[in-house]
Design a protein around this ligand. Structure first.
Ligand SMILES: NC(=O)c1ccc[n+]([C@@H]2O[C@H](COP(=O)([O-])OP(=O)(O)OC[C@H]3O[C@@H](n4cnc5c(N)ncnc54)[C@H](O)[C@@H]3O)[C@@H](O)[C@H]2O)c1
Length: 486
């Protein structure tokens, strides 16, 4: 229209004469644009195009609309001479202005995102981004038991879905809390997941078969629990319009490498556990759109005490061995590993929950601190400092090839996450627990995922899908009286 007025000025016409003559043009252009934009998908799929393609798509669509307009004017023919002559210049201007507006809106989002990142990092949590209710799946384990308490203390309404593989002891501290609802279920059951999603604002998915040895016990079962269930849970969350979805992955995805690795580094998994987590990450990120913005947290190797302490992880295990057996046997002493305290792992989840979706949506973060990278030999020596009576034995390799040093700057810079615990503090915490008699038999199955799964899985309610379906058929038969024998 602006071009039209300029054109009018050039030809010496008055504004009134020009407007009267041309008022049909912008209106007819608008009338063409709206249906063309609609049918080409400008208002729907155009929104989902990635940034580089978006201006090109916008240019295509507006050029098409102007061509359609020109064609219409040409076909109408009568009394629209000056409008027809304006088609070219209007077309060029429209394309430039629409593409310009799109580029500006993208720049504006980026500028805004940067300022959000700055304020999140400096001011910590942001109340306006906080969901009110959170569904925690697999929250009765090592990390989850601490997370539940943290979320309840912060005033969230929390719903927990867990099969309680390790019993109910891990959540004893929060059991009965007025804001905690407990759903005892296998998270592979879609009906339970659908029921549990109702009324929730965010999902944290921690549930899995965890650790290389536990995952190797039954590969099909691992894929069912770790991958297939994750996809189903994410689809349900998406169906319910839950945008914030936080998924627990692991730095084990980096496998073996001599580099310092960040979120963009090549993955080199050396176990089914790590491969299953990589597959989950990919499935989740592929499902991403404007309504579903998953966030991947790759935790370092966890240490320290929680409601369900594990003694199958290297720091806790070596500390326990030093105290109880008087020996610290280190395999692969030159291998690097990033360590993070269990409280810090749940702090990272809580921080992500409070961060703006624009900052964390679709992002992957390593969870830990740069100073938490240690070789296993360094871990052994550090433990010996606190338990000097223990003998330090370097014992070659036990076959675990994992060796990775990780960069944690992204989570620090983007959402202001800082760990509160050092490795020394965690080792001391474990030693104090032994001294206070809180832990006696660190070899007991409840402290080890692989032991528990191999010895007690069925009695704790986790069974393979085939077993579960068989049981359901039998239960149904009993209900109908078919199998009643007396
Ligand atoms: N602990 C670590 O060192 C570490 C490191 C990196 C990543 N992670 C990830 O963090 C998450 C939590 O780890 P964790 O150490 O707390 O594990 P965990 O084994 O202590 O807890 C897992 C929880 O999931 C539940 N669960 C498993 N399968 C289930 C099913 N089919 N239905 C219902 N509940 C089920 C268990 O009952 C348990 O409460 C996992 O996804 C893990 O891969 C942990």
């Amino acid at each position: 229209m602006l071009v039209g007025f300029a054109f009018g000025a050039e030809t010496g016409k008055t504004f009134g004469a020009y407007a009267a003559e041309n008022v049909v043009s912008p209106i007819s252009l608008l009338a063409i644009c709206l249906p063309v934009f609609y049918f080409v998908g400008f208002y729907t799929k155009g929104r989902a195009y990635s940034t580089s393609y978006k201006p090109f798509f916008v240019a295509q669509v507006s050029a098409l609309a102007v061509l359609g307009w020109g064609f219409l004017l040409f076909m109408l023919g009568r009394n629209v001479e000056s409008s027809r002559s304006l088609v070219m210049s209007t077309g060029v201007m429209s394309v430039l202005l629409t593409v310009g507006a799109r580029i500006w809106s993208m720049v504006w989002v980026k500028v805004n995102q940067k300022s959000m990142v700055r304020s999140t990092a400096s001011a910590g949590a942001f109340d306006e981004y906080r969901p009110k209710s959170v569904l925690v799946i697999g929250g009765a384990g090592y990390i989850g038991s601490g997370l539940l308490k943290k979320l309840l203390d912060k005033g969230y309404r929390v719903r927990l879905v867990d099969a309680f593989m390790f019993g109910e002891e891990p959540i004893a501290q929060v059991a009965g809390h007025e804001n905690l609802e407990v759903v005892r279920a296998d998270f592979r059951q879609i009906d339970k997941i659908v029921e549990s999603m109702r009324g929730m604002d965010a999902v944290v998915h921690l549930g899995a078969i965890v650790g290389d040895p536990a995952c190797a016990l039954d590969e099909d079962f691992t894929i069912e629990v770790n991958l297939m269930a994750t996809q189903m849970i994410a689809e349900c969350a998406k169906g319910f319009g839950i945008q914030k979805f936080i998924f627990a992955s692991t730095c084990s995805v980096y496998g073996a490498s001599d580099e310092v690795l960040n979120e963009k580094s090549q993955l080199n998994p050396v176990s089914l556990y790590a491969r299953s987590k990589i597959a989950c990450e990919r499935v989740l990120l592929e499902m991403q759109d404007e309504k579903f913005r998953p966030t991947i947290l790759r935790f370092g190797t966890v240490f320290g005490l929680s409601g369900r302490t594990r003694f199958d992880l290297v720091v806790n295990l070596l500390t326990a061995k030093a105290i109880v057996d008087g020996k610290i046997t280190v395999f692969g002493e030159d291998q690097w590993r990033p360590f993070v305290h269990v409280d810090d792992a749940s702090l990272a989840v809580a921080t992500a929950l409070e961060a703006p979706l624009e900052v964390i949506g679709g992002q992957t973060f390593n969870v830990g601190a740069d100073e938490g990278n240690y070789t296993l030999g360094q871990v052994g020596r550090l433990i010996q400092k606190f338990v000097p009576t223990a003998e330090l034995i370097a014992s070659g390799s036990d076959g675990d090839r994992r060796n990775y040093r990780v960069d944690f700057s992204k989570i620090r810079n983007l959402i202001g996450f800082k760990t509160q615990w050092t490795l020394e503090m965690g080792v001391k915490q474990v030693i104090e627990a032994f001294e206070a008699g809180k832990v006696t038999d660190y070899n007991a199955p409840q402290y080890s995922n692989v032991k528990l799964l191999s010895e007690e899985a069925s009695s704790k309610g986790l069974q393979t899908e085939a077993q579960r379906l068989r049981n359901m058929v039998e239960e149904a038969a009993y209900d109908q009286g078919i199998l009643r024998t007396n």
